[in-house]
Design a protein around this ligand. Structure first.
Ligand code: ZN
Length: 114
């Protein structure tokens, strides 16, 4: 299910645009931030919902390229086991890969980095 506050935080941290469309000449819409063009009725937000497989892989592929990815894996490990480990990056649990759980944990992690 779309979680706007969470998804906006993640998408912007991963270099995506949380689109804000304005009507130019009906039925054309343009994002005020990235100039993406759409036709018809389009809601503000991102192209995909992070709680769907497409959204999950969009976030996963970008997050694992970030310099903070090892810190995020450590964060997941510490959250689950209450302690640190140099092996944390190998031990992330399948439960953390669940679509919504991944997005929730990633948003929490990013919020903590602000
Ligand atoms: Zn945009």
């Amino acid at each position: 299910m779309l979680n706007e506050k969470r998804d906006k935080l993640i998408i912007e941290a991963l270099g995506g645009c949380w689109h804000e469309y304005e009507c130019t000449t009906f039925p054309h819409l343009k994002c005020k931030k990235c100039n993406r063009l759409e036709i018809g009725v389009v809601e503000d937000g991102f192209d995909v919902d992070l709680s769907t497989p497409d959204g999950f892989f969009w976030a996963w592929d970008r997050a694992k390229e970030k310099e903070w990815w090892p810190d995020f894996l450590l964060y997941l490990f510490e959250k689950r086991y209450g302690r640190s480990s140099i092996w944390a990056y190998r031990l992330v649990c399948v439960d953390d890969i669940d679509l919504d759980t991944f997005a929730n944990n990633l948003a929490e992690f990013l919020e903590g980095r602000k």
